[in-house]
Every structure is written in structure tokens, then in C-alpha cells.
Write a protein that binds this ligand. Structure first.
Ligand code: PXG
Length: 289
């Protein structure tokens, strides 16, 4: 396996980062997770844009321009001879001295991994997954913008542990006000009276790339789609529910907190969107070359 590290493609064994890297010491950095299908990278520009927005928000200056960064992603995939898989793109504050200040970090560390990812077993795509509400709240805007895809995922990890301990496939995260924000690594949607509803970004949802694709698909299908604050009640009583994410794609949810959603089976609109999404991933994207 070849890894892109600071401008070079090196064997995995040589792809090492200093123990003084602030990405490791403080979680100071940003990342993206990107998929490629059938030799094309899905929504590469959207992911690169979000990476640069995340970096700007934490005052981290990425030492490559967007085109060079996109090229690094494509080069890494090509060097590994893959046509389908997952890319992890990470930019950290870089190596520095002990102490929080980024002033001691002159050069950010950039690395790109191309690998496989399976987030949920295939059976969950057919039968749907179960959610539980986590007591760990989604990070508040006043603490660190939840829009930043930073290397600080500890609160989501705590929520994931809660979900796993409860035997659920995913954990639902609420914001400080008690409204639904999202799941630990996915956005959440419900179907109610033929309409799609998802929490607004202001509720603490990440501006998901897959979430945006669902907005496009809904418009194509002529289905009304809205961003509205929702509560757990809205999920308990929804006609359908599903999650979206780069790793998860679109996955049906059939239960929340032991309450079946509608008849406890994946809903028809969820299945239709999944079909259209899969079609898009097979037919669009930036060619690996
Ligand atoms: N919310 C959060 C908190 C995320 O981290 C999403 C929503 C979905 O966004 P996209 O753009 O992917 O549609 C994410 C992204 C993992 C993993 O290992 C999850 C994500 C990214 C990378 C890895 O579970 N989710």
C-alpha cells in the first residue's frame, strides 16, 4: 500500500508522523472521507471545498492549492491500482513543541490514504438499522463549530460507544436544546406525509456531501424537501427514516429507542433514493485517469 505523505508516495511502513505532531497531541487538524466508484471519485470538488473551509475556520493554512490537493487524491488512488474504495485525506497543524500554540508548527502535515471501508453489514441495507438516542450531545456552536470536520471526534466516539453498548447500529445525537442534530458519522432524514425533512445545519448537522446529493435527487423526483428542527418524537412517528454519509451511503433506519418506525421496514422512498444514489455513484465523478 502506498500513502501520500507531504508530497511523496511512500510505502505504508514509511508513512510515519512525528509524536510531536499537533494532530496527534491535540487533535489539531481537519480531514475528509471520500469515496471512489468504478474508477471515478464521487463529488471530489465538494469534499475539497469542505476541507478548505474547515481549515480556514481553524486558521490552518494548507500548503497546497485545491488543484494540487485533488491531484494528490487521484495520484494516491492510482498508485494503489484501485477502482473502488475510500480515501482519507488529513491535514494536521504539523510538528511543533509541547504546548497548545500552533505558532511552534511551521509546516502542516498532509497525508492521503486509499483503502477499503465497510461501515455497516450488507444485511442492514436490506433490513434497516436500529438507532438509540445517545446522552452525549453534539458539539455546540459556542464550543467549536460542528461544521468543521476536525480531528476532534471524541464526542462522536463517546456517542458511538453508547450506541454499541446498547446493541444499536447507530447513535442519534441531539444538540444542547434537545433537537436532533445527526448521528455519529451520518446525517439523518425523515419522510413525513410525502415530504423529506432533515435538521438544519444550525442544529449541529455537518453539511454532508451525501446530504446535498439527497437534496438534488429530491428535486429531480419533485419531492418537497425541507430543513427543519426535528425532535425524537418526529422520528418515532415518521413514515420513513434514513441516514446518509460518504461511508454509509444511504441506509434505512427502522427503529429508534425500541420504537419501530412505521411498519419497521425500510420505506419505499428510502429504497428509491438508494437506487438513484447508486446509479449516480456508478455514472458520475472525477475520472482517476
Ligand atoms: N456527520 C458527521 C459528523 C460526519 O463525520 C457526515 C455527517 C456525513 O457527511 P458526508 O459528507 O460524508 O456525506 C459525516 C461524515 C466513519 C466516518 O469512519 C464517517 C464520516 C467520515 C469519515 C469517516 O464513520 N462521516
Amino acid at each position: 500500500m502506498k500513502i501520500y505523505l507531504n508530497g511523496n508516495l511512500v510505502p505504508k511502513e514509511q508513512a510515519t508522523v512525528s509524536v510531536f505532531d499537533h494532530g496527534l497531541l491535540y487533535g489539531d487538524g481537519v480531514f475528509e472521507g471520500i469515496r471512489f466508484y468504478s474508477g471515478r471519485v464521487f463529488r471530489l470538488d465538494d469534499h475539497i471545498d469542505r476541507l478548505y473551509r474547515s481549515a480556514r475556520a481553524i486558521a490552518l493554512s494548507i500548503p497546497l492549492d485545491r488543484d494540487a490537493m485533488s491531484q494528490a487524491v487521484l495520484d494516491t488512488i492510482r498508485a494503489n491500482g484501485m477502482s473502488d474504495g475510500y480515501v482519507r485525506l488529513v491535514v494536521t497543524r504539523g510538528e511543533g513543541s509541547l504546548g497548545l500554540s500552533p505558532k511552534s508548527c511551521p509546516t502542516p502535515t498532509v497525508f492521503v490514504i486509499a483503502a477499503g471501508i465497510t461501515l455497516y453489514p450488507e444485511e442492514m441495507y436490506r433490513n434497516g438499522l436500529k438507532l438509540v438516542t445517545c446522552s452525549t450531545r453534539r458539539i455546540a456552536h459556542g464550543a467549536l463549530s460542528p461544521m468543521v470536520k476536525s480531528l476532534n471526534y471524541l464526542n462522536n466516539i463517546m456517542a458511538k460507544i453508547e450506541a454499541e453498548q446498547a446493541g444499536a447500529g447507530e447513535g442519534l445525537m441531539l444538540n444542547e436544546q434537545g433537537y436532533v442534530a445527526e448521528c455519529t458519522g451520518d446525517n439523518v432524514f425523515i419522510v413525513r406525509d410525502g415530504r423529506l425533512v432533515t435538521p438544519p445545519i444550525a442544529a449541529g448537522a455537518l453539511a454532508g456531501v451525501t446530504r446535498a446529493v439527497v437534496f438534488e435527487l429530491a428535486r429531480q423526483l419533485g419531492i418537497d424537501i425541507r430543513e427543519e428542527d426535528i425532535t425524537r418524537y418526529d422520528i418515532y412517528t415518521a413514515d420513513e427514516c434514513f441516514l446518509t454519509g460518504t461511508a454509509a451511503e444511504i441506509i434505512p433506519v427502522v427503529e429508534l429507542d425500541s420504537r419501530p418506525i412505521d411498519d419497521g421496514k425500510p420505506g419505499p422512498l428510502t429504497l428509491r433514493l438508494t437506487e438513484l444514489f447508486r446509479e449516480l455513484t456508478r455514472t458520475t465523478g472525477t475520472p482517476i485517469g
